[in-house]
Design a protein around this ligand. Structure first.
Ligand code: FAD
Length: 196
């Protein structure tokens, strides 16, 4: 894996050097090369700490209050995580939160401890913690997906029926679902950008 990553980085450096002759990198390669070059050098060989946890949503009120609170959580997360070098993904519905955090171990654990004390949810339960070689959500300081009818198909593909119960899921299922929700969100955003 590390070998493959190194080869991709070498290829991109070579590729970038080629195109920097006239100062332009083709648009479709820009995001990948930027996200790799943004990665701190010290992280290239460091392991990424990656806990997955779930908790019960205790946000009170109707849909509007719920959305306002969730927007607050996501925007605070993005602000803090960008400062702390943390990335990840948050899946939520009216009953549950499921979150994947990734980054430096100390920063991730400090963030998790802060999150666990938050009164907007309860009984935070860590499903799994592992150290991995590369981030799965490198472009998201905190991606978030509230379950909506338009993404029902993605949930069903992962065997998550009408009511999600994270306590019955494995962390690998959660990660696979989050990756597909991330792809779904990215495709939707691209469509919105093209339409505007
Ligand atoms: P502020 O945002 O200024 O908040 C100060 C204090 O008030 C904190 O203790 C905060 O918990 C509390 N607070 C703020 N708003 C409310 C409210 N509406 N109701 C109750 N208490 C409130 N933070 C991250 O940094 N990264 C994450 O990835 C992240 N993920 C989260 C996931 C979930 C499911 C939840 C519920 C929260 C998450 N948070 C995350 C928020 C986290 O719990 C802290 O609120 C936040 O990190 C504190 O940020 P701050 O120090 O800038 O304080």
């Amino acid at each position: 894996m590390r070998h493959l990553r190194q080869r991709i980085e070498e290829f991109l450096e070579h590729f970038q050097a080629l195109f920097e002759i006239d100062g332009s990198i083709p648009k479709r390669f820009r995001k990948l090369s930027t996200s790799l070059s943004k990665q701190p050098k010290s992280e290239a060989n460091a392991m990424i700490h990656q806990p997955v946890y779930f908790s019960r949503n205790t946000v009170q009120g109707g849909d509007r209050a719920m959305l306002t609170n969730l927007r607050d959580i996501v925007s605070t997360s993005q602000r803090n995580n960008s400062r702390d070098g943390i990335t990840g993904f948050l899946i939520f519905d009216k009953t549950w939160f499921v979150q994947i955090l990734e980054g430096d171990k100390t920063q991730v654990m400090e963030t998790y401890n802060r999150i666990a004390r938050d009164t907007r949810h309860s009984t935070a339960t860590i499903m799994n913690v592992r150290d991995v070689e590369a981030r799965l959500f490198p472009n998201w300081t905190m991606g978030g997906a509230m379950r909506t009818p338009e993404m029902e198909e993605v949930y069903l593909e992962h065997g998550v029926g009408s009511a999600m119960d994270p306590s019955r899921l494995k962390s690998a299922q959660i990660i696979a679902l989050a990756l597909d929700l991330q792809a779904f969100e990215e495709t939707k955003r691209k469509g919105q950008r093209l339409a505007s």
